[in-house]
Design a protein around this ligand. Structure first.
Ligand code: CO
Length: 175
């Protein structure tokens, strides 16, 4: 099942999501997120983007990685960034809550993360490259942080018209 993706402008995207507990129906939430990100041809999605203020994100690199053995698809519960290195990289990011907007954003390449899987097993990993990039972008959503917050002010100002159009469209969304 797919659900609408909340657009920039909605206050939901600025809220902090709460920890997931074993009482939550995480399999259903994970499935909704994965179905929705695939339908939208995205590479990552966070629960607040489908109006669920829970700490769940999904990563699906299949739209951008051709080699099947390097593809990564995962539902990550209660993700945390434990540490990061100062190896900043630049990458042109988009966000499904900001249709049509792509902008270069600086983030560390190497991060050390912790999360739980759908069985609540704890994983600790070192990530870099695209997985690290998506993890950081989606993790930010759980704290109400959006990629426009990380843009250089001058670039963000140039996008003002586009951002206003998305904000207006968000007013028409029924959530
Ligand atoms: Co996003």
């Amino acid at each position: 099942m797919i659900v609408p993706i909340i657009l920039y402008g909605s206050s939901v995207l600025r809220k902090r999501s709460v920890e997931v507990t074993p009482d939550d129906n995480i399999r259903e939430m994970g499935e909704l997120l994965l179905d929705t990100v695939k339908k939208a041809d995205g590479i990552g999605l966070a629960a607040p983007q489908i109006n669920l203020l829970k700490r769940i994100i999904v990563i699906d690199t299949s739209p951008i990685i051709e080699e099947s053995d390097e593809k990564y698809e995962s539902v990550l519960i209660n993700p945390e960034i434990v540490d990061y290195e100062d190896d900043l990289t630049i990458y042109k990011e988009g966000c499904l809550s900001f249709p049509g907007i792509f902008e270069e954003i600086y983030r560390p390449d190497t991060i050390y993360v912790k999360y739980q899987d759908l069985s609540f097993n704890i994983h600790e990993e070192k990530l870099n490259g695209i997985k690290s990039r998506i993890f950081q972008h989606e993790f930010d959503h759980l704290n109400g942080i959006l990629f426009i917050d990380k843009m250089e002010i001058i670039k963000r100002n140039l996008l003002r018209g586009k951002l206003n159009r998305i904000r207006k469209a968000s007013l028409l969304q029924k959530i």
